[in-house]
Design a binder for this molecule. Sequence first.
Ligand SMILES: [Zn+2]
Ligand SMILES: [Zn+2]
Length: 330
Amino acid sequence: MLKTHVKENNRRPVINTQLQNYIESLIKRNVYEHDIICSKCRSRIRRELQSQTLVDVATDDDENCAQGLPGPAEVISPKTLQLSISSTSKSHRRCIICKKENTRRHRLVVVPKESATQALIDKGIFISTNSRCCPDHLIGKYFKQNSLKTVQKSSSSSYFNRTDISELLERTRAVIKDTGKLNFDISSSLSDDDYVNLTGLTRKQFDAVALHVKDLRNSEVRSVRTCLAILLVKLRTGLSNSILSTLFSLKYHQIRRAVHSTRESLIQSFVPSFLGFNHITHQEFSQKHTTPTAKTLFANDNDGTAIFVLDGTYLYIQKKLVSPISKDDI
Ligand SMILES: [Zn+2]
Ligand SMILES: [Zn+2]
């Protein structure tokens, strides 16, 4: 194939990209649009490609998988390269973390690419495309800390194809490119002390609060965790939005929006259950949250009396340089 001595009337151009990719993987060199192939080879490869796609669809038992399958324009180059990178089990039926089976009641989801990269960077374990896991191992697109700890390798080496390797490089590159910014999504990115210094919360506390930020949309540029971090860092440090935008590698307006929407979300879903008079009963408060000293001093050791201290703290907020309100008005 692809020889110049192919008869004039028998030459066929390689215009189809699928065909082009497949021939490239067969002959291990670049194939260009002006290259030709004889009609016999062309139809043979066509048939081979078609049967390959059919096999891929047939071996997959779950309808969810259709989302992850490459479209007909892409072609799967064979996994021929063996590297000593450990990988998780190849089964699409079981969760790669807890091995639970996919059933109608317990639906597994395709492991997001971001968390696969996270596992590779943190643990050195490769998770192949279309692997599944239970949805509760994830926060947004990333694995939870304890889920990541339990990811187990099933083999110490794995087979890769060209797509795997180029994707792997591309995604690792993206992570390295982002190392300068504060990243609250990848656990290895910040230490436990960093969490306390930046947000005033420990990593565990941060995780807990992040679970309550529900009605906020995860987006490409900023995750729920990033939004929460932006708000907390702002509250703790009082840094201006422009400095925050540098720290988080985001645009000024994205910081502003993140602060606004996270605050709204916390007011909706977090505050009512943890702050204010309504989140706790009078009895629980007077019995468990009133100090013995206060009880003796103010209530003659009466268990039913609730005593609380009101305290005020100033929160510095940004004000426009040109503002109609002067300092004297505040
Ligand atoms: Zn030929
Ligand atoms: Zn699981």
